[in-house]
Design a protein around this ligand. Structure first.
Ligand code: SAH
Length: 371
């Protein structure tokens, strides 16, 4: 039995585990099936985001978030010399709310909106359909599940953005046992539930600054390397790049199991109702920063900006002033606007748990809000 009962995906997972020679699958594979199985995966579901879904994100909480990111993009465009074309690629756009807010505010930066060539990278067909609806007044937005090849982007500079994208990508976990790191897997219990197991193989290449104890878990993600490879393809062509990723996580690589299930705005075991529960993990910003830095080949043209909290970043971009103006113009919504902004900035909540990592390549001065 498993927590909350079986789902259609439970049977598929059991079959794959039973067919595997080790009688287990890696945590990465477990996450991948739970999130992306085309029939029963979490992202094939319809309403996962927002107040009525399982979790709520910054752009869904307040329009001010997307407006400030939009003005940030406009300021970067000006910093690069207001080129006639600029590709804006958003990874994991959810309901398309962030991009809608960006594109609305882009109109207010003279010349910026016509220069924009927008690409959304989305694996979920359901969410892609919602994005199409949200952005229906912008006919030239390209939505695809594959990352756009550099040659498919307009010539010139590129801005990459992603909010709560990296946390959604599958991770590997290693567990320290009897003096060695082992790949952590998911196996079956006698009554057909799921449990974590330590794999047979050892992974001597894992270097950590702290000394691990038995049972310690270390997580690795290929997301940073994938983004880094993508960015290096642009750097090689000498295209200016600015990247901005906002997510929750820790500043240092530490031991700990951060894989979590989220259902109906509550944390649950990652084994609860597979395919109907969101799975994510905390981003290791130290590792992500190292991976992003590598995209510059050590040529000195690529800089990863100092890591900033969401509250600091939005504060520097003028969130308080912007919210006050919006409240004055919409007195009937003032309470909601204030509450939303307070939530984004909360010192013991999103304001500090969420962090902003940014990279610039071929751009001489620091990106707005990060210095
Ligand atoms: N950025 C949005 C949504 C965050 S949820 C917001 O802030 O509201 C994570 C998003 O990433 C969803 O849109 C999900 O479908 C998408 N996603 C998850 N894995 C992905 C992948 N491998 N490639 C592209 N998009 C992915």
């Amino acid at each position: 039995m498993i927590a909350g009962g079986d789902t259609p995906l439970t049977h598929k997972l059991r079959a794959e585990i039973e067919a595997s020679p080790s009688r287990s699958i890696s945590v990465e594979r477990y996450m991948r099936l739970c999130l992306y199985d085309p029939e029963h995966g979490y992202y094939s579901r319809s309403d996962i985001l927002g107040t009525t879904g399982d979790f709520i994100t910054a752009p869904e909480i307040s329009q001010v978030f997307g407006e400030l990111i939009g003005l940030w993009c406009g300021a970067v465009w000006q910093q690069i010399g207001s080129p006639s074309m600029l590709s804006l690629v958003e990874f994991g756009p959810g309901r398309g709310t962030l991009m809608a807010d960006i594109l609305r505010v882009a109109q207010r930066v003279p010349g910026f909106a016509p220069a924009l060539r927008v690409h959304l990278v989305e694996t979920s067909p359901r969410l892609a359909a919602i994005q199409t609806l949200t952005l229906k007044s912008h006919t030239d937005v390209v939505i695809a599940s594959d990352w756009p090849a550099p040659e498919d982007l307009a010539p010139g500079p590129v801005i990459l953005i992603g909010n709560e994208f990296v946390d959604a990508l599958p991770i590997d976990q290693f567990v320290f046992q009897n003096g060695a790191w082992r790949l952590r897997g998911v196996a079956l219990t006698d009554d057909g539930g799921f449990t974590f197991v330590a794999g047979d193989g050892t992974y001597p290449g894992i270097a950590t600054s702290a000394t691990p104890c038995d049972g310690d878990v270390l997580e690795t993600s290929s997301a940073g390397h994938a983004l880094s490879r993508y960015i290096s393809g642009l750097v090689l062509k000498q295209r200016p790049v600015a990247a901005l990723f906002i997510d929750y996580g820790h500043t240092e690589t530490t031991f700990g199991d951060t894989l979590q299930g989220v259902r109906d705005h509550h944390h649950v075991s990652p084994f609860t109702r597979p395919g109907e529960t969101d799975l994510s993990s905390q981003v290791d910003f130290a590792a992500l920063g190292r991976a992003l830095q590598a995209s510059g080949f050590g040529l000195g043209t690529t800089v990863v900006e100092p890591l900033t909290t969401q509250a600091e970043f939005l504060g520097r971009l003028g969130i308080v002033e912007r919210a006050s103006r919006l409240m004055a113009a919409n007195p009937d919504r003032a309470g909601d606007i204030e509450a939303g902004v307070a939530r984004l900035l909360a010192p013991n909540g999103m304001g500090t748990r969420f962090k902003v990592i940014a990279l610039r390549s071929g751009i001489a001065t620091a990106l707005p809000g990060l210095a």
